[in-house]
Design a protein around this ligand. Structure first.
Ligand SMILES: [Zn+2]
Length: 445
């Protein structure tokens, strides 16, 4: 993938190895970068020079905010610009399947208007932004076709402000692909957890464990907003709010050791979520999500919660599509998709006997959960389903994925965004957890 380091250090770029925020990036197709690098070195920003001379200072600079972003253009040329309160080091690169342009920045706080990025222009169909990991922000531009980054630069504005500008032009899939061959993508490697983790032998539960360990997994986060309501409420926000209330509820009795896969608005890769659960040898894993449907004519009739468990074959076509949608989280955040196709993994785990026992426990919990939720919130027409969700791919931990409702449904969206509703759901889930563990304890020899 052609990468452009946005700093006037052409020599270092062309030398083939640049360290950016501690991440070594090797540029193997230097010749294809000539035009872009030429543009980069014309940048006059003094802060960019500082970044080049002392990268650490630029990365650790005082809080940098993104104050505006715009996409303008047509199918022949599209400009993306981002106004920043001060100069930072940025890294820009492209990814295929689907075609995207990724802009990596240090810890930038986004102050963009609600709904920013939901509509694109020209070659850019939409864009997303947010934290990709601790202290690192990312913007993902979805492009309708393969593009070339023809120009990338930071232009000084008033005071310390700068504008990061990208000019994209269409290219052929062949030329687009040529830039990606052989380039070592160190960052992708660290962000994409190895798929084998779930198939590893179980982490032994400590024999002195006194409390069951419960992992709560609020879906999405950071650069991946998940589903979005018509009034721009993102799924990542709703599920984090419910997760925090659920944690508080579960901890109240003192009976459980409760952990979260994320506690802030940050992106966590799917396999990382599974890994967290595995490392803790969790006794129960609860993933929280909310859905939205795109078809406007159905939006006001489809609502309610659904509990999903893992299965190789989806219980129906809607469940299969749901798993596909949730499994796309890593791609949405701009991770490589090539390494993520591992249907074989799901199958391998499913034939495992251990998994069969785990699946029975997952089904038990799903029954408890649906029973409790039925008394407090509205459920979907068919509230217990199964499909191959990556995040449920756990051989030893009973796991469910709860879709709390539909952000596309006006009433569901409104309710889900209130503390009263969130507390009610947290109480119901807690009651299902109590019932599940009381049965398991009773069964134990
Ligand atoms: Zn989701």
């Amino acid at each position: 993938m052609p990468r452009v380091g946005l700093r006037p250090l052409a020599a270092a770029l062309l030398a083939g190895a640049v360290a950016w925020a501690g991440i070594p990036v090797s540029v193997t197709s230097a010749s294809s970068l000539h035009a872009q690098v030429a543009d980069v070195i014309t940048s006059k920003s003094p802060l960019l020079r500082l970044a080049a001379a002392e990268p650490e200072k630029a990365v650790n600079a005082a809080v940098v905010t993104a104050k505006g972003a715009s996409v303008k253009g047509n199918k022949a040329r599209t400009t993306f610009s981002l106004d920043l309160s001060s100069g930072v080091m940025a890294e820009v690169f492209t990814l295929a399947d689907p075609y995207r342009v990724i802009i990596d920045l240090p810890d930038v706080t986004f102050h963009l208007p609600a709904g920013a990025g939901s509509k694109g222009d020209g070659l850019v169909s939409a864009f997303r932004y947010g934290l990709i990991s601790d202290g690192k922000a990312r913007i993902v531009l979805d492009t309708s076709a393969p593009v070339l980054i023809e120009r990338a630069e930071m232009t000084p504005l008033k005071g310390t402000s700068v504008q990061l500008g990208l000019e994209l032009v269409p290219t052929t899939p062949r030329i687009f692909g040529a830039g990606s061959g052989g380039s070592t993508n160190a960052q992708q490697a660290t962000m994409t957890a190895k798929a084998d983790d779930a198939a590893l032998p179980p982490v032994a539960k400590p024999s002195d464990r006194v409390k069951p360990v419960i992992v709560i997994d609020p879906g999405h986060g950071g650069v991946d907003p998940g589903a979005i309501s018509p009034s721009h409420v993102p799924e990542k926000k709703v599920v984090l709010a419910v997760a925090k209330k659920l944690q508080a509820h579960l901890e109240k009795s003192g009976a459980y050791d409760v952990r979260m896969t994320r506690v802030s608005d940050i992106f966590v890769p799917l396999d990382e979520r599974v890994k967290i659960s595995r490392k803790l040898a969790a006794d129960l894993f609860i993933s929280l999500h909310a859905d939205a449907i795109a078809q406007k004519n159905f939006a006001q009739t489809v609502r309610g919660a659904t509990v999903y468990t893992l299965s190789e074959r989806a219980s129906d076509e809607d469940a299969r599509l749901m798993a596909e949608k949730e499994n796309a989280s890593d791609a949405i955040a701009g991770l490589q998709t090539a390494e993520m196709d591992d249907k074989g993994q799901v199958r391998n785990i499913l034939i495992d006997l251990l998994q069969r026992e785990t699946a029975n426990f997952s089904a038990d919990f799903s029954n408890s959960l649906v029973g409790r939720l039925r008394r407090t919130i509205s459920l979907s027409r068919d509230p217990q389903k199964s499909a191959a969700f990556r995040v449920l791919r756990q051989s030893d931990t009973p796991s469910v994925l709860l879709e709390l409702g539909y952000l596309s449904h006006a009433k569901d969206a409104k309710l889900m965004n209130t503390s009263a509703w969130q507390r009610k759901v947290a109480a119901s889930i807690t009651s299902a957890v109590d019932s599940y563990f009381s049965k398991r304890t009773a069964r134990a020899p």
